[in-house]
Design a protein around this ligand. Structure first.
Ligand code: ARG
Length: 593
């Protein structure tokens, strides 16, 4: 009996587990995996090999017993024993068609839905107020957004939080920079009783100049640095003029950030920041102190987080320095307390660069030691590698600086526009349409160039490769999506409607059906790994098979109307699946290209 919400692999596992059980073996031995020899079979089960040890019996005999039980199963086309104890499995065409029918009839394409939805806070983006977004912020945005969309699609309750860097020394640097430039502003007058102006005293451009200048100066000018640190402390202690200024900086910056993220189709549920954790800092410090975890060492307040069985050195986490200033870890610990109070989540995922791995290890251990969050709550660092230049080092601008995200988007858009010049479809577009199209193509190129790699890997930024129309690229996927859509439009224009699905007429068609039926397992795996690259691979498999299917068959001109209409159904399922997967990766498709 087929259970509706099971994926293909889960259904097979259930079937084979029952066969193991019926033969007198542990049902848990029936786990089915995708075949590692696709030339021989679609799926396999290696349970008989494990059973041989458990039951001290020849694996061949066990596998043959189980295979015998699986003959005549409508779900399977074959269940075959292969020495020394493998079971090779192929699903039947009837079963593939029944799955395709279920997809056709279901608005969410018969994809799995979590039975026990988790509530998950996903911390991603992490931009810093008053500092322009740079390419270091690109991967967290792209990967984080697709994890948010995937988890939500699977039925989990997701809160995506941008976790703005809005409370640190950069704020004091700007305040001090401005104080020296325009000392007469009311914000610096301690006798001023308000109200403060509603309009900001600076523009966004001013802000973007103030910060780098102040930051550079603090590196050589000790007195300036000390003044900025003092201003940071005063802001954090609520000095009214500084708080009013800070609010202006925040709102200027957030308006700008929202524009950049909108271009990337990245949409946060919460715009909370480090400052929202500030009210929890004292309480958090109190807990660390009451539990006897924090102690003074060389004037700094620290907590030991090393364990005896560590195979690397885990240094103590520094909670505050001898001058009383708080650190990155302090804020992250207070944020955990705030998230527990506000959301009491089951899991918190931090989509942050691998290079911060030690920081998160220390923070998570400390949070659990102190009981800031229940033991069962999972704190996970979803780390990622670096986007490198062709020299293998983190990507830089030509003059060696850090590239602004807006410049990067501009670069890919311009390159996409240049490539479009050679296409006739593009030539027919108005200037405005062409610009919008180029932006969609450029951003898709950037996103697939990133997401096709497992997140933990570094990759090389290679614009030519990312924009190529062949290979595992964004434009290739978009082009396939446009084409499949146009086939369906043409069918509609000729008055054809999708009809009853017939059994596959070729190996390619069978492979396409199997690929569609496998998406559910792919999504579960991507979620479990917190890695969207599997979704990209599924997209390339689907589009590749669709292209092959399209070349091998005369679809719209087929004299057999039943065959044609069955294929139209198959194509329409394929189209819906491709759009769904693209939307999980936050990739848009131009109308024409
Ligand atoms: N603002 C930080 C940075 O630019 C990233 C924040 C990541 N999230 C966190 N909870 N620490 O590096």
């Amino acid at each position: 009996m087929e259970n509706k919400n099971l994926t293909l692999r889960q259904s097979l596992t259930e079937l084979v587990s029952r066969a193991f059980d019926a033969c007198g073996y542990d049902a848990a031995l029936g786990a089915v995996t995708v075949s590692n020899r696709p030339d021989l079979c679609q799926f396999q089960c290696n349970g008989a090999l494990a059973a041989a040890k458990q039951y001290k019996k020849n694996p061949a005999i066990i596998a043959q017993e189980v295979a015998a039980k699986l003959q005549n199963e409508p779900m399977l086309e074959k269940a075959e024993f292969v020495p020394p104890g493998f079971l090779n499995l192929n699903v039947s065409d009837t079963y593939l068609i029944s799955r395709a029918r279920a997809m056709d009839a279901d608005a969410r394409l018969d994809l799995p839905m979590a039975e026990n939805p988790l509530s998950i806070v996903i911390d991603y983006g992490g931009p810093n107020v008053a500092k322009p977004l740079h390419i270091g912020h690109l991967r967290t945005a792209i990967i984080g957004e697709s994890l948010v969309r995937l988890s939500r699609f699977l039925g989990h309750k997701v809160i995506g939080d941008v976790h703005l860097g809005d409370w640190g020394l950069q704020m004091g640097l700007i305040i001090q920079g401005l104080a020296e430039k325009e000392p007469d502003l009311c914000y610096f007058d301690e006798s001023f009783t308000g109200p403060y102006p509603t309009e900001p005293p600076v523009t966004l451009d001013d802000l973007n100049e103030l910060y780098p200048a102040a930051s550079a100066r603090s590196k050589t000018d000790e007195a300036f640095k000390a003044a900025a640190q003092k201003a940071t402390g005063e802001l954090q202690n609520g000095r009214p003029g500084y708080v009013a200024l800070w609010k202006h900086f925040l709102s200027l910056s957030v308006t700008d950030l929202k524009k950049s993220y909108a271009k990337l189709d990245v949409d946060f549920d919460k715009w909370l920041g480090e400052s929202d954790a500030a009210p929890y800092v004292d309480e958090m410090l109190g807990i660390l102190n009451d539990k006897g975890l924090s102690y003074l060492s060389d004037g700094a307040l620290i907590v030991d987080v090393a364990r005896e069985d560590d195979d690397e050195e885990i240094p103590p986490i520094i909670i505050s320095k001898s001058d009383g200033s708080q650190l990155y870890g302090t804020t992250d610990l207070a944020t955990i307390l705030q998230r527990q109070r506000d959301f009491a989540p089951d899991e918190i995922w931090y989509v942050v660069d691998n290079r911060q791995a030690m920081h998160f290890k220390q923070v998570f251990r400390c949070a659990h030691l102190a009981g800031l969050i229940p033991d069962e709550t999972k704190l996970l660092h979803v780390g990622f590698g670096t986007m490198n230049g062709k020299d293998g080092k983190p990507y830089k601008t030509r003059d060696g600086g850090v590239m602004r995200l807006s410049d990067l988007i501009e670069t890919v858009t311009t390159a996409a526009r240049a490539k479009m010049e050679s296409s006739d479809t593009a030539k027919a577009l108005s200037d405005e349409e062409a610009a919008a199209c180029a932006e969609k193509i450029g951003i898709a190129a950037l996103k697939i160039g990133d997401l096709i790699n497992h997140r933990t890997k570094d990759y090389v930024f290679d614009l030519d490769r990312f924009l190529a129309s062949e290979g595992k690229t964004g434009p290739y996927l978009q082009y396939a999506a446009v084409r499949i859509h146009s086939v369906l439009e043409k069918a509609k224009a000729q008055g054809f409607t999708p009809g009853e699905l017939l059994p596959p007429a070729s190996d390619t068609e069978r492979a396409l059906l199997l690929s569609l039926s496998s998406v559910g397992d792919t999504l579960l795996r991507a979620f479990a790994d917190r890695a969207p690259n599997g979704i990209c691979e599924a997209l390339f498999e689907l589009t590749g098979l669709f292209n092959r299917f399209y070349y091998e068959n005369k679809i719209l001109t087929n004299p057999d109307a039943k065959q044609r209409d069955s294929w139209l159904t198959l194509i329409s399922i394929t189209e819906r699946m491709i759009s769904l997967l693209l939307s999980l990766l936050a990739i848009g498709v131009p109308e024409k290209m």
